[in-house]
Write a protein that binds this ligand. Structure first.
Ligand SMILES: [Zn+2]
Length: 122
């Protein structure tokens, strides 16, 4: 199942020309003439009224759930290699090649992040 990453949730009413936007939180908004309404904030796109009565103006993209999981996995791998390299690493895990320097406190912080994620620290 795809999920939506919503940057803006808005439509324009064809009858009254009103542009209505549902902001963060489940923010229900009706147009001036009451023909259409938006809801859902940045969580989901809910429309009230006939599809022919509004123009979609939302900015969103569909994301596959695994994209998130993959990103988290990459982050965990990166954190683990930072810990095992004791501060220096030539990263090939993330895009491009980056050299990152972290100190002792940084390593402790990374260990805390792993613990938070429920990952065993190797
Ligand atoms: Zn209207």
């Amino acid at each position: 199942m795809t999920r939506l990453k919503i940057r803006s949730n808005k439509i324009k009413c064809k009858k009254c020309g009103d542009i209505i936007e549902s902001k963060e939180g489940w923010n229900f908004k009706k147009c001036k003439c009451g023909a259409v309404a938006v809801d859902g904030g940045h969580d989901y796109l809910r429309r009230v009224g006939a599809e022919d009565d509004y123009i979609e103006l939302s900015d969103y993209k569909e994301i596959e759930p695994y994209e998130d999981a993959e990103r988290v996995e990459k982050a965990i791998k990166l954190i683990k290699s930072l810990i095992s390299n004791h501060g220096w690493m030539q990263g090939s895990i993330m895009e491009g090649s980056k050299k990152i320097k972290i100190d002792k406190n940084g390593i402790e912080a990374l260990k805390m992040i792993l613990a938070e994620l429920g990952e065993e620290d190797e």
